[in-house]
Design a protein around this ligand. Structure first.
Ligand code: ZN
Length: 428
C-alpha cells in the first residue's frame, strides 16, 4: 500500500499546470518505487475532434495516458508521473471519417508524447545547453526521467532542421576537428548561411562524391589549394569555381608582404655592391655575416634548390608516381611532398619588412651614420625617429652594440659588419 501524504498531495496539486487544473481532478498521489505517482482525471462534458475541430458531447469510453511531469524537488527529489484518465468520444461530424477520437490536451502534452510539455521543454534546454550525455546526468540529478535519446529527440522535434535541399552556392574549406592533427571538410550553404555538412576527411575523392550527389550546385567558393579544385572539377563539373573572400584577402596580404620585402632587398643588394667591398674584404669571413643576415643567406642559397626540388616532385607526380615513392626517392619529408603535389607553383617565401619599431628597418641609414663616425645613440635615436622609428632607446642601443664591440677589437671600419652575405661578394 503506497504512502500518501496530504501536504505532498497539495504540492502535487500546485505542480500541475494551473490553466488546466480547473477540469482536471486529482484522485491520489503516492510514492511508488521512488516515484510520485499522481492519478488524475479530466472532467469534460465535451471534446473537439482533432480532424475538423467539431465538438462532440457523446462520450464513448475512457483511456489512460502516463506522463512524466516536472519532478518534485526535496530530499530526495523525486520524479512525478501522472496517470491521466481521458475521454474517448464519438465524432458526429458526417464529413469526418473517424468515428471515435481521443481527447487532446494541447497545452499540457503533445500527441503521443510521454513527457508533459513543460518537462520536455526543460529536458530540451538541458540538452541544448550541455549536450546529450551531460544533460542525461543533470536531468537524473534533478529528478527527471529521460534518457539521452529522449533528450535528443526533444531537441530534434523542437528544432526544425534547416532546409539543405538543392543548395546553389556552396563554400568548401578544410575544417579542423583537432587543430593541426585532424582535418575534415566543411560545406556551407552560402545563400542560406548554414552549414550543410561536415565530411570526416579532407580528400578530393570524398568531396567529389559529396558534390556529385548535389547537382543543383552552381557556384563553389573554395580556397586556393588544388584539392577542392580537383574535387569540384570531378564532382560538380557544371559548377563555376570561385576563390572565396577570405582566401582572396589572404592572398592579397601575402602579395603585399612579398612586394614590400622585395623592395627591401634590392636596396641591401645595391649597398652591398657599391663601394663597400674593399673594406669588408679585409674582415675575417665569420665576422662578415651578422645575425640578421643569416636568414637572408639561406634564402638566397635555398631558393634555387627548392625550385629544382619542386620541379622534380611535380614531374614525378605528373608521371604517375605516388607521393610515397617520391618521398622515398627524393629523400624529402612526406609533408612537403604532400603539399607540393597540390600546388601549381612554389609560392614565394613571404618575408615581412621589419616593423617600424625594429631598428633593423633603419639599418641602412644607421650603418651609414655609424660609418660617418656617429656613435651617440641619443642622436641616432633622434634621427631615426624623424624617419618613423617607433621603438625605444634600449632596442636601438642593443642594435648598434655589436658594431661598437667589433670596432673596439678591430681597426677596420666596423660599419660594414653584417651587410654582406658572402655569396654576393663571391658573385662579383
Ligand atoms: Zn471527427
Amino acid at each position: 500500500m503506497p504512502v500518501l501524504f496530504t501536504h505532498h498531495f497539495m504540492a502535487m496539486k500546485q505542480n500541475l499546470p494551473t490553466s488546466l487544473f480547473s477540469d482536471i481532478r486529482l484522485a491520489s498521489a503516492a510514492v511508488v518505487d521512488g516515484v510520485w505517482v499522481v492519478e488524475a482525471q479530466k472532467l469534460s462534458t465535451a471534446a473537439a475532434c482533432p480532424r475538423f475541430q467539431v465538438v462532440s458531447s457523446a462520450r464513448h469510453s475512457s483511456y489512460q495516458r502516463r506522463l512524466w511531469d516536472l519532478p518534485i524537488q526535496g530530499r530526495p527529489g523525486r520524479p512525478v508521473r501522472i496517470t491521466l484518465t481521458l475521454g474517448r468520444w464519438q465524432c458526429r461530424n458526417v464529413e469526418c471519417g473517424q468515428s471515435i477520437f481521443t481527447e487532446r490536451l494541447p497545452g499540457l502534452v503533445a500527441p503521443r508524447a510521454r513527457q508533459t510539455r513543460r518537462a520536455a521543454g526543460i529536458l530540451r534546454l538541458l540538452g541544448h545547453g550541455v549536450g546529450g550525455r551531460p544533460a542525461e546526468r543533470l536531468a537524473a540529478r534533478l529528478g527527471f526521467v529521460g534518457s539521452r535519446a529522449t533528450i535528443l529527440r526533444h531537441l530534434l522535434r523542437h528544432q526544425r532542421l534547416p532546409d539543405h535541399s538543392a543548395p546553389r552556392v556552396v563554400g568548401l574549406d578544410e575544417w579542423a576537428s583537432k587543430k593541426g592533427l585532424h582535418y575534415g571538410t566543411i560545406a556551407v550553404d552560402l545563400e542560406r548561411r548554414t552549414v550543410i555538412d561536415v565530411l570526416p576527411d579532407r580528400s578530393a575523392v570524398s568531396t567529389a562524391r559529396w558534390l556529385a550527389g548535389r547537382p543543383s550546385i552552381e557556384l563553389i567558393a573554395r580556397d586556393l589549394d588544388g584539392l577542392y579544385a580537383d574535387a569540384s572539377r570531378q564532382g560538380a563539373p557544371q559548377a563555376k569555381q570561385i576563390a572565396d573572400r577570405f582566401h582572396l584577402i589572404q592572398n592579397l596580404r601575402a602579395a603585399i608582404e612579398r612586394q614590400l620585402s622585395g623592395l627591401e632587398r634590392p636596396i641591401r643588394g645595391y649597398r652591398a655592391n657599391s663601394g663597400r667591398r674593399a673594406a669588408t674584404d679585409s674582415l675575417p669571413p665569420e665576422s662578415k655575416v651578422g645575425e640578421d643576415e643569416a636568414g637572408e643567406l639561406t634564402h638566397v642559397s635555398g631558393r634555387p634548390f627548392l625550385l629544382a626540388a619542386f620541379a622534380k616532385v611535380r614531374a614525378m607526380y605528373d608521371a604517375g608516381k605516388t607521393v610515397a615513392t617520391i618521398t622515398r626517392e627524393l629523400r624529402l619529408t612526406r609533408r612537403i611532398v604532400d603539399k607540393w603535389v597540390r600546388l601549381e607553383s612554389l609560392p614565394e617565401r613571404a618575408r615581412m619588412a621589419p616593423k617600424s619599431s625594429t631598428p633593423s628597418r633603419f639599418a641602412t641609414y644607421l650603418r651609414d651614420r655609424w660609418t660617418d663616425g656617429e656613435r651617440n645613440v641619443c642622436r641616432l635615436l633622434q634621427e631615426v625617429r624623424e624617419q618613423g622609428y617607433t621603438g625605444c632607446y634600449s632596442r636601438l642601443a642593443a642594435f648598434v652594440a655589436p658594431w661598437r664591440q667589433k670596432a673596439e677589437k678591430k681597426p677596420t671600419p666596423p660599419s660594414l659588419v653584417g651587410i654582406l652575405p658572402p655569396t654576393l661578394e663571391r658573385a662579383e
